[in-house]
Ligand binder design. Structure first.
Ligand code: ADP
Ligand code: MG
Ligand code: MG
Length: 247
């Protein structure tokens, strides 16, 4: 599904990704761990197509097409979803307006009819319920005044409505209490576990991986994958720290 080869990227002329290679097959969950400043969020931004993140070398293929040649909205329409480490607040635009526009733009791209307001609301309410998010939060401006945990939960509601093929989730567990962590973990499993889907789960902590079992764990250090292993690698990192494991 995703094939990243020798990816080099820089921000403001500063090299951050320095030869990163990673292959993700359909049906797999890959955890990306690593020290602060390693380039984890940069990887997410580069894959999502954020302006200012310049690829200087390497390639990224998504379902056999050149991902880097696509505009951000085309990447989304192709099935890519990026959950932000710091979700953005959008004053003046309600959650339902925002998500209905996003979903219908994608449906249009696939030649499917737009959902009516009533059809969309039914879908949105079901997803909010599944994430134990109060329904009135659907009507509020996107993320405005939401707590850190509520923003993360709201991102899972967005993901459930959009239904991506590949989700890149950047520290979705940060700011969550124990109960919210389980709800969000269950949400990721429910929405993204399947033969034709895959997840890149960026996290600092093993605890989310107790709920969302990774098939592979990678350590990103200094802009490349320093080590890869199975779920046990996350436990080793928790015990011994990045320094010992990725050296
Ligand atoms: P991680 O998510 O692994 O903690 P990031 O991808 O956020 O790391 O950042 C990687 C490195 O890139 C850090 O050293 C960070 O300071 C630097 N960086 C990120 N964005 C910018 C920017 N806009 N200008 C300069 N340096 C940046
Ligand atoms: Mg960080
Ligand atoms: Mg980060």
């Amino acid at each position: 599904m995703l094939k990243i080869e020798n990816l080099h990227a820089e921000v403001d002329g500063k090299p951050i990704l320095k030869g990163l290679s990673l292959t993700v097959n359909a049906g797999e969950v890959h955890a990306i761990m690593g020290p602060n400043g390693a380039g984890k969020s940069t990887l997410g931004y580069v894959l999502g197509g954020r302006p200012g993140y310049e690829v200087t070398e390497g390639s990224v293929m998504f379902d056999g097409q050149d991902l880097l040649a696509l505009e951000p909205h085309e990447r989304a329409a192709a099935g890519l979803f990026l959950g932000f480490q710091y979700p953005v607040e959008i004053p003046g635009v309600s959650n339902v307006q925002f998500l209905r526009e996003a979903l219908n733009a994608q449906r249009k791209g696939r030649g499917e009819a737009a959902l009516s307001g009533a059809e969309f609301l039914k879908l949105a309410r079901a997803q909010a319920d599944a994430l134990a998010m109060p329904q009135d939060m659907l009507k509020r401006p996107v993320n405005v005044g939401f707590s850190g945990g509520e923003k993360k939960r709201n991102e899972m509601v967005q993901m459930g409505i959009i239904g991506p093929r590949l989700a890149i989730l950047d520290e979705t567990d940060s700011g969550l209490d124990i109960d919210a962590l389980r709800v969000v973990g269950d949400g990721i499993n429910r929405i993204m576990r399947g033969e034709d889907k895959a997840v890149l789960l960026i996290t600092h902590y093993q605890r989310l991986l107790d709920y969302v079992k990774p098939d592979f764990v990678h350590v990103l250090a200094d802009g490349r994958i320093a080590r890869s292993g199975g779920a046990e690698l996350a436990h080793e990192l928790e015990r011994e720290g990045y320094g010992a494991v990725a050296a």
